[in-house]
Design a protein around this ligand. Structure first.
Ligand code: ADP
Length: 274
């Protein structure tokens, strides 16, 4: 399913003293089957934008299009049902949403809520436990007896159990150690490739954006200010620094960038970090 944003604006708490404009005139598109990274400083509107994709928020202005569904301020909740099933969101610290007595039940909960028969939901849960590299015996354990990294995987399995065609990842590796981060990012990349899963990653990591995404959308103060392939976006080091997105001056990032560009370009990695 293709996604597009046409002049999307959003305000929180309209008509109250707390009214807050979070998005102004956001434009852009995300092709079905692509891997898009959304980058931007804290408060630039990334999470607000994502919450429009499964109808958790409706735009105050403009149109968000997900597949055949146009979401505007007038769209009725009933019309959003079809996209809710198709769009899975892994929120930050998703393990905070675990609640069932066992891991198996937690993973089965979402699909069963959407009418998937228990046996099929159970089969999916066991497949996902394996896919996510969890030991088989976790199925009957309480999610709260697991390690933090394992709880994160169970929560991710709960989203994948819907079999979404669009997977949204909002800082999915926050708080994990470098090894855990790498494993989870590699897993998402494999899913993206093997299942042609449209993947949208919100990240603070320029390394992850460079390494995994085929498109990058840059948000700044509620606006979409830059988009393109990683090569195009990272070529704008001056603009990125204006948006307070310094490129990491690490050897690993330089290597990723050189791979993208297919040649040595020391200038980028040496751009002054602000
Ligand atoms: P990001 O994900 O890039 O950090 P957000 O989408 O969370 O940015 O926030 C964009 C703007 O909207 C910020 O100014 C933030 O303070 C504001 N905001 C976010 N959530 C709410 C909310 N529930 N109520 C009011 N303002 C909010």
């Amino acid at each position: 399913m293709d996604i597009s944003f046409q002049q999307v604006g959003y305000s929180y708490a309209v008509g109250t003293p707390f009214e807050k404009r979070a998005l102004y005139d956001v434009n852009g598109s995300i092709a079905s089957g692509s891997y898009t990274a959304i980058i931007g400083h804290t408060g630039s509107g990334k999470s607000t934008l994502l919450l429009h994709l499964n109808g958790l928020l409706k735009p105050t202005d403009g149109v968000v299009r997900v597949g055949d569904v146009n979401i505007t301020s007038h769209t009725k909740s009933k019309e959003l049902k079809t996209i809710r099933k198709q769009v899975g969101i892994v929120f930050q610290f998703p393990e905070h949403q675990l609640f069932e007595e066992t891991v198996e039940k937690d993973i089965m909960f979402g699909p069963m809520n959407f009418g998937v028969p228990a046996e099929e939901a159970r089969t999916r849960a066991h497949e996902l436990i394996k896919l996510l590299g969890l030991p088989e015996d976790v199925a009957k354990k309480s999610p709260f007896d697991l390690s933090g990294g394992q709880m994160r995987r169970v929560a991710i399995a709960g989203v994948l159990a819907f079999q979404p065609s669009i997977l949204i990842l909002d800082e999915p590796t926050a708080g994990l150690d470098p090894r855990g981060r790498k494993e989870i990012m590699e897993l998402f990349y494999t899913l993206h490739k093997e299942q042609n899963l449209t993947t949208i990653l919100v990240t603070h990591s320029m390394e992850d954006a460079a390494q995994y995404a085929d498109n990058i959308l840059v948000m700044h103060e509620g606006r979409s200010v830059l988009s393109g392939t990683p090569e195009e976006v990272f070529s704008n080091a001056d603009k990125l620094s204006e948006y307070r997105l310094g490129l990491p001056r690490t050897v690993a990032f330089q290597r990723d960038i050189e791979k993208l560009f297919g040649k040595s370009i020391g200038r980028l990695a040496l751009t002054e970090d602000q």
